[in-house]
Ligand binder design. Structure first.
Ligand code: OOB
Length: 549
């Protein structure tokens, strides 16, 4: 056992771990080992295609070699087993190289999104005491070098900034690799492999500790369900750091199966459709708003999408009406996926009848996924009834990283994760997501924690109080609305002033309130607390209340 397991991250009790091993779920594989095996089995197969700019492709042998050389280089620069490294890269081949190099070292990637800005990145770096931060030089018009300089100044633990591209005052990633000579350490299958970000319901995002054993099991299960094999060509449309495109079945699933990962530089059909045609893409995953855009664009497109066999849609509720339109428009099969970075992933199945595929969000990967649907007193509800979804199983974590107080609330005493989702379970075990009990806004698959934004808005000198809620939106599912009470005597503000304040604090653009309303007072509940439910049903005309409970 290495130093970074139990103390920081609650793990499975021994009896459960034994059961999952005995069942063949946890097979003692590690990511670094899997890549070596695939490279030995089929060195010349293409592992990664990065079509941006000058098209690059790496075979399994090349990816393996690159990851080993980079791992050796990281180790030579003092990056050690258990160290945290914040990785903030767009969908570029180096993302995969860096992550496998860190897996080989036994250092933990902390997956930031390209959209994250100074507030989030500084928090990830300081909370995890990261020793390194990996960035592009620029992306989507944003200067990541400047951000990295600011974060480095603020974070004493941060020794290295590695840059994909011209490095400025930092270190070029391309200068790091050296002769592979082993890193002197072999990660164990039960070790942590990385820290994934949670959608979050609290003021700061929580980090999710995933092990090689548990995550690889979810890949293997996902691959089986989705039919991923060596012929699969998986297009990574969503940001590669998200759990969904990473593992459901995602780019890691495709690599596990010996297939090919095609990295998509942007999610719009104008970027993606030509790639589907040129790279003969067979599979991809989309959030519902993107699935709508692809469905619109698919009808009558001049691009040949005939290679596309399966499109997974998840991350937020996909409406039945939209689900019915996808297959004819894109000429492929649809699978719904309802997952969470904490673990549990549900899929509709390839042999489910059409109605099940368009009306449910699927059933769990594993027979050992324990699912409970309970009332407010944690009592099971009768089959088909609405309730809170609780889950525990071979790839659902037992707690967040370094968050004992939060864990006591987010998990039951016997280790079930409180997902915060309200579901119904059909007689076939399929789940239908009916709403949400957690204080979180699902903005087209991107999760926003109201508390995080409220804390920032409260920092505005004219603001007395604020409450951020979700309001229904035909395209995104939900948008964010900030109700703001100004201080007595404060001059009237425009909504734009609040939005600018949030933006200037340096957070991901998707967290900036879409709408701002100035009010005199918030609706109260019986016990005098602000009622978020009241705020939603009071939402300004034209904003219907979303499906929440
Ligand atoms: C995925 O992961 P996260 O961690 O960003 O968000 C999880 C939450 C769920 O608890 C649920 O509230 C919501 O996102 N969600 C859905 C959904 N899929 C996720 N709500 C309704 N319908 C769906 N199909 O979002 C994620 C992780 C792995 C695979 C797919 C999605």
């Amino acid at each position: 056992m290495t130093a970074f397991s139990n103390a920081d991250a609650p793990t499975w009790p021994a009896a459960f771990a034994e059961r999952y091993r005995a069942a063949g779920h946890w097979r003692g594989e590690t990511f670094g080992g899997v890549l070596s095996e695939r490279a030995a089995a089929h060195p010349d197969r293409v592992a990664v295609v990065d079509p941006a700019g000058v098209r690059r492709e790496w075979t399994y042998a090349e990816l393996d070699e690159r990851a080993s050389r980079l791992a050796a280089g990281f180790a030579a620069r003092g990056i050690s087993p258990g160290d945290r490294v914040v990785v903030q890269l767009p969908n570029v081949a180096e993302f995969i190289e860096v992550v496998f190099a860190l897996f080989r070292v036994g250092a933990l990637p902390v997956y930031a999104l390209p959209a994250h800005r100074e507030t989030e990145i500084a928090y990830f770096c300081s909370f995890t005491e990261a020793v390194a931060y990996v960035v592009p030089d620029r992306h989507a018009g944003f200067d990541h070098l400047a951000l990295a300089s600011k974060v480095k100044e603020r974070t004493p633990s941060l020794e290295h900034v590695f840059v994909v591209g011209p490095p400025g005052e930092h270190t070029a990633l391309s200068d790091v690799p050296c002769a592979p000579g082993g890193t002197g350490h072999t990660p164990e299958p039960h070790d942590l492999a990385f820290l994934q970000l949670s959608g979050g319901t609290t003021g700061v995002p929580k980090l999710i500790p995933r092990t090689h054993d548990d995550y690889i099991y979810s890949l293997r299960g996902s691959n089986e369900i989705c039919g991923v094999d060596g012929d699969t060509r998986f297009l990574v449309v969503l940001p590669a750091a998200h759990n969904f495109p990473m593992s459901s079945p995602g780019w890691l699933g495709a690599l596990y199966a010996g297939g090919t990962v095609v990295l998509c530089p942007g999610p719009d059909p104008a970027t993606a459709f030509p790639l589907v045609e040129r790279e003969r893409v067979t599979m991809t995953g989309l959030v519902p708003p993107l699935a709508l855009v692809w469905t619109e664009a698919g009808t009558g497109t001049e691009h040949d999408l005939s290679s596309l066999d399966l499109v997974l849609v998840g991350g937020a509720k996909y409406s039945e009406a939209a689900a019915r339109r996808l297959e004819p428009a894109l000429g492929c099969r649809l699978m719904q996926v309802f997952g969470m970075a904490e673990g549990l992933v549900n899929y509709t199945r390839l042999d489910d009848d059409h109605e099940t595929v368009v009306t449910t969000q699927g059933r769990p990967i594993s027979g050992d996924d324990e699912v409970r649907v309970v009332d407010d007193a944690d009592e099971d509800v009768p089959e088909g009834g609405f309730g809170h979804l609780l889950t525990r199983g071979p790839y659902t974590v037992r707690g967040y990283w370094r968050a004992p107080e939060h864990n006591a609330k987010a998990f039951t005493e016997d280790g079930f994760y409180r997902t915060g989702d309200i579901v119904r379970r059909t007689s076939t075990g399929h789940l239908i997501v009916e709403g949400r009990a957690k204080d979180q806004i699902n903005r087209g698959g991107e999760k926003v924690a109201p508390e995080e934004i409220e804390n920032i808005v409260l920092g505005h000198p004219s603001v007395h109080d604020v409450s951020v809620v979700g309001v229904a939106d035909a395209f995104l599912g939900e948008r964010t609305l900030a109700y703001v009470i100004l201080r007595e005597g404060a001059e009237a503000l425009r909504p734009a002033a609040i939005k600018r304040h949030v933006r200037e604090r340096g957070v991901a653009a998707y967290k900036i309130p879409d709408l701002v309303e100035f009010v005199e007072a918030f609706p109260q509940t019986g016990i005098g607390k602000v009622s978020k439910k009241g705020l939603r049903s009071d939402a300004v005309p034209g904003h219907a209340a979303p499906a929440q409970h």
